[in-house]
Design a binder for this molecule. Structure first.
Ligand SMILES: [Zn+2]
Length: 182
């Protein structure tokens, strides 16, 4: 179920998700990006990036923002004939939202051993819910995980440099990085 796929089309959409993740990093957010693709047209109908610090909300994950955008674009809550590309394995909240939104498939980049809930910690799409999206992991894994590693490395460097004087959002992100063991 958690197979690696690496065709050109998948890479193309994952590259867009990576751009969104980089945008998140430029805002001081942990870099995660997501896009939703409408399969019949190949169009991107939803985009999102992690903005938990900006929104001051634990709900502000890239996947939920992309789902919100796509459902507005389609004019309904069912995001049918569509797939999500996301740079990091979805957490349990986002995996639940993906089931509810009826997406056909999720393609993710880096595995998340601490809270990834479609392959790593558990496999939510294998449970007997009324909708079971397909999943493929490890697409452009190297680029997706490098982006996260570089971000956390930079946070640690800033902390060392600035000691107690660095800003609060960085401090919170660093705390998370430490918790994640990065
Ligand atoms: Zn999530």
């Amino acid at each position: 179920m958690c197979c690696n796929i690496n065709n050109d089309l998948d890479k193309c959409y994952m590259e867009r998700a990576l751009e969104l993740a980089e945008y998140a990093a430029s805002l001081g957010e942990v870099p995660v990006g997501a896009v939703i693709v409408h399969k019949p047209t190949g169009n991107i109908i939803g985009e999102g990036w992690n903005k938990r610090e900006s929104d001051k909300s634990p709900l502000a994950h890239a996947e939920l923002m992309a789902i919100e955008n796509a459902s507005k674009k389609l004019g309904g809550w069912r995001i049918v004939d569509s797939e999500m590309y996301v740079t990091l394995e979805p957490c349990p909240m986002c995996a639940g939202a993906i089931i509810h939104s009826k997406l056909d498939r999720v393609i993710f980049g880096a595995y998340d051993k601490k809270s990834g809930s479609v392959c790593s910690v558990q496999k939510m799409f294998a449970f007997p819910y009324n909708h079971k999206p397909e999943v493929a992991g490890g697409v452009m894994e190297e680029q997706c995980s490098t982006l996260l590693k570089v971000f956390f490395k930079e946070l640690r460097r800033k902390k060392k440099e600035n000691g107690l004087h660095w800003d609060k959002s960085m401090s919170m992100a660093f705390k998370r990085a430490s918790e994640n063991g990065d």
